[in-house]
Design a protein around this ligand. Structure first.
Ligand code: ADP
Length: 591
């Protein structure tokens, strides 16, 4: 296909040049023809003038006019070369006095109006070509004025192209030769020209179709070729720049997509230029009409403030300085979620809108607030007890030594409670806020469980609790020893505190997969009333406040367990066993 188009282009360009060349040749030929004609005419005129002079001299010498013997002029005709020469003698009044071709000159009309005679009358000599009415042949007439008469010489005029061509044979051969050489040169030149143009055309067609173009397109070594290679080079530079820009844009979009914020960029005409996934998701959530198009925000009630802000800073209104870009920020509550809206207008009046889901932060803030007041509340009770015992002793001093000891022991117990409360709160805070500070390593679960068992062995004996662990030596988890210890410690302590006497505790790995061990911790105690199960992991949530206080629990034990499990990439759930007692099911990460 490329070949065909090249040929047709070459044929066309060759054809154009050929036509121009033919026209040029025709022009040259006709010019040469005219020149030749002129040259022949002047040569002819010289001959005719010579004949006229000869005739005149002959007339004068022999005094033919005065003697009235003009017919002697035939004598000259006989010695002239060529038989066709016709001699006419005309009086200055136009009367024909002699004509070598006519017998009865008296019958001839007046010749004063003949163009050659008219010219000769004015300029001494005159010539004209026309058909003779007398002989019906084309003649070249030449007249010369002398004092007293005109002498007119006429020859049959046969200046035909055929003759000219015959005469200019060499010239024609030359023209044909030049034609052939120039044709060959044209053929080669058009070949070179068409090669560059065709390459350029192929290149432009492929570029328009966005096809892959090799960076080296070879052009012939001429001006057109240089232009062609420059165009291809510029094209490649532009394409590279465009590709780089596209890559940067893709990188930006990828970056925007991994952000937790929804971002959209608008141009100054409020048309979206770039948007990330989160923005679309958040918009869908906020909008009651399920809007998905970023441009919809300009008609959504929730974004009224944004629309007003944009109206207050219309495109082109004033110049924006790069260090003080107009900025808007406010919060949209939507259902149980909260979104922060931010808008920045850039120097070219394009702008970006950022949506941030601040629900978690907001909820965390509320939770922290609640936690602080809970902690304050929890601290009050033991502090009030300690204060109470001390006050009683101060007010009733001297207190008998046995009572003294009793009060001091009770105050000490409360201070212990305070310590464990503060320890639990700080442990929980650390897990939540600084989880990364806990160092993780491969831990043998059995060792942890054995430690916990050892710690509680005495208390278990007191309550006749039977502890059975089926955790084998090879069970290894990736975790933090002290947190893992806390998990089992809290579970065992709860069973002792709330399960009742004579119960059994059973611990086993009930399942494992590539990533996790699934562990069951169960006791055969009283269990937890169903209605409390869903809230049992909340901070300070207790089933029976009185009993818990008695047992010294802080209400934070299971919250610590849950957070610690989650920090180990696991999950925890609780259920009552049908045969009695409570069972905690949780997973711990292997890696
Ligand atoms: P505390 O630190 O006060 O023990 P937890 O968060 O550990 O608080 O436990 C919350 C509540 O769950 C306890 O008040 C208790 O009523 C109940 N509970 C926890 N473990 C058990 C269990 N093994 N058997 C019965 N009740 C339990």
């Amino acid at each position: 296909m490329v070949q065909v188009s090249r040929k047709s282009f070459r044929t066309r360009i060759f054809f154009y040049f050929f036509v121009i060349f033919v026209l040029f040749t025709v022009a040259i030929l006709s010019f040469q023809y005219q020149r030749e004609k002129k040259y022949r005419s002047s040569r002819l005129e010289n001959t005719l003038d010579y004949t006229a002079q000869l005739t005149r001299r002959f007339i004068e010498r022999n005094q033919l006019i005065s003697s009235g013997n003009l017919s002697r002029i035939h004598e000259i005709r006989e010695i002239l070369p060529g038989e066709s020469t016709r001699i006419t003698v005309i009086g200055l009044d136009g009367v024909v006095l002699f004509d070598s071709s006519v017998e009865d000159v008296e019958l001839m009309e007046n010749h004063l109006d003949r163009p050659e005679v008219q010219k000769a009358l004015l300029e001494e000599t005159g010539s004209h070509i026309r058909k003779s009415e007398t002989t019906n042949q084309e003649y070249y007439y030449y007249a010369r004025r002398y004092p007293g008469h005109f002498v007119r010489i006429a020859v049959v005029y046969d200046m035909e192209i055929r003759n000219f061509l015959k005469a200019g044979q060499f010239f024609i051969v030359f023209i044909v030769g030049a034609f052939a050489i120039i044709g060959l040169i044209l053929y080669l030149v058009t070949g070179q020209l068409s090669l560059a143009v065709t390459r350029l055309k192929d290149f432009s067609v492929r570029a328009a179709k966005d096809e892959v173009i090799e960076s080296e397109v070879h052009f012939p070594d001429n001006e057109l070729g240089i232009i062609g290679s420059q165009i291809v080079r510029i094209f490649h530079n532009l394409k590279n720049a465009k590709d780089k820009l596209a890559l940067e844009q893709e990188k930006l979009l990828n970056h925007l997509n991994v952000l937790n914020e929804g971002i959209v960029f608008f141009n100054r005409n409020k048309q979206k230029t770039l948007v990330n996934r989160h923005f679309v998701q958040y918009l869908y959530f906020i909008s009651k009409e399920s809007a998905l198009n970023p441009e919809d925000i300009f008609r959504m009630e929730e974004f009224n403030k944004l629309t007003e802000f944009l109206l207050a800073n219309p495109a082109g209104s004033s110049t924006i300085k790069p260090d003080v870009l107009p900025w808007l920020e406010y919060v949209i509550p939507s259902g149980d979620r909260f979104f922060k809206v931010q808008c920045i207008i850039f120097q070219d009046f394009s702008f970006e809108v950022i949506l941030t889901d601040i629900t978690r932060l907001e909820k965390r803030r509320l939770m922290k607030q609640q936690l602080t007041s809970n902690i304050a509340h929890e601290l009050k009770t033991p502090l009030a007890s300690i204060k109470g015992y001390l006050e009683t002793m101060i007010n009733h001093w001297p207190v008998p030594p046995d009572k003294q000891r009793n009060f001091i022991e009770k105050a000490y117990l409360q201070s212990e409670r305070l310590t464990s409360l503060i320890n639990d709160v700080s442990l929980l805070n650390n897990i939540e806020d600084a989880g990364e500070l806990f160092r993780f390593k491969t831990v043998m679960l059995k060792e942890i469980v054995d430690d916990v068992h050892g710690n509680f062995a005495d208390r278990m004996n007191v309550h006749s609790i039977n502890f059975r662990s089926y955790i084998s030596d090879e069970i290894e988890v990736k975790g933090n020893e002290s947190l893992l210890f806390s998990i089992f410690q809290n579970l065992v302590e709860n069973s002792i505190n709330y399960g009742g006497n004579g119960i059994s505790i059973e611990l086993r790995v009930y399942h494992s997969d590539e990533l996790y061990y699934y562990i069951s911790y169960a006791d055969t105690g009283k269990g937890i009333p169903e209605e409390h199960l869903s809230r049992i992991f909340e901070r300070f949530y207790r089933v029976d406040h009185g009993r818990t206080r008695e047992s010294g629990g802080t209400g934070l034990g299971l919250a610590i367990v849950k957070n610690a499990v989650q920090l180990h990439k696991g999950e925890i759930s609780v259920r009552n066993r049908p045969e009695g007692g409570v069972e905690f099911l949780f997973s711990l990460s292997k890696k």
